[in-house]
Design a protein around this ligand. Sequence first.
Ligand code: AMP
Length: 425
Amino acid sequence: MIKAVRGTRDLLPPDTALWNFVERKVREVFARYNYQEIRTPVFESTELFSRGVGEETDIVSKEMFTWEDKARAASEKTQSLTLRPENTAGVVRAYIEHELGRSGLLQKLYYIGPQFRRERPQKGRYRQFFQIGAEVIGPQTAGSELPMRDAEALDMLTSLMDAVGLKGWTLYLNSVGCQECRPRYNQALREALAGVKDKLCSDCQRRAETNPLRVLDCKVPEDQDIINALPKIAEYLDEGCRTHFAEVCAILDTLGVPYQVNPRMVRGLDYYTRTTFEFTHGELGAQSAMLGGGRYDGLSEQIGGPKAPGIGFAIGEDRLVLALQAQQTEAAEPLPAFVMPLGKGTNRHAMKLARELRSAGIAVDVSDESFRLKKSFETAEKLGAKYAVIVGENEVAADAFNVKDLKSGEQKTIARAELAAFLAG
Ligand code: AMP
């Protein structure tokens, strides 16, 4: 048997109803904040990610699906391509390529789509997974650098959580500073780590040398006391970063958006500057991060574009759906009616009635005249239909149909003209 590849999975009904519900709410809520959809390709040149996401990150150094795409004609070049591991770099590439900044307006863009990382699969962690993300990017003159934009993105996320009815999330917030002040913090960390490094886990000993910020992500219990005692980034932020972060917090306080400042949250991508954030959810177990994001004021320049500060986030849709399932959110709608032709030659009439009902906006399915009534009723039950509508010769002649409520067992004869309204009610 050929099976789905490790780390990929099929999303099947009825679960897909919940995915659709989430995506519908995303489109509704994001539109209220004036975001519009962008769709970028699922593969890009490898260079976009090595420059945009960063060579040193786990994603680029070990998790990408990359291949050499051979030239097939003299006009083509052999090039290295990669399945996108995240979508921010693609959106910023599109922003640069189409000169979206020329309008002078902020671009508020969102996407929904698959991303690919060769990670060790486990619950909540897949090699093909879905992200719902949004980016606000634009020239500085459009206000793309303002703390308001950060607060608005977070405000929108909490509105989305309310719209899908998710409870029990926590928003963690931090500032990772900018190109000026982060190196000073890195240096302080390096110095502090030099004294205690030997007492930390082997991963941390390596990180202390290569990328000291990553030590703050360590989950090894024995390391925690030492890490908590390391210098905090807040003490190293320069004036601009400090006031920016204070303003983000002040707006969130005014809006009543609850958050916790977590000085250890530095996130795994190199492009972040200033605000970073994560929403976690208790039901997700080891993979508790439901979404993450932050500001990336230098990303556009890093990949060859103009200065275009921005802020964005990506929700792990798989994890959001898992969290909703854990709190028993149901999105599958029952089928309103099952139309049951009865007797030879009645299929045509059943199809005609079904067509009328469907054009009136009612979802129906149709049985077959060769089925005995018992089999049709059993099918209706398996489908979870609310009503059975019997289309026999007598009904066709009378232009009125026998309708049975499959829960209560109650039966009624309803004229064709009134049927749609009855089923909709
Ligand atoms: P990142 O792009 O790494 O900041 O991740 C943003 C969000 O995407 C995370 O908070 C997760 O919810 C989700 N995510 C990242 N990697 C995976 C994965 N391998 N499988 C499922 N979800 C993921």
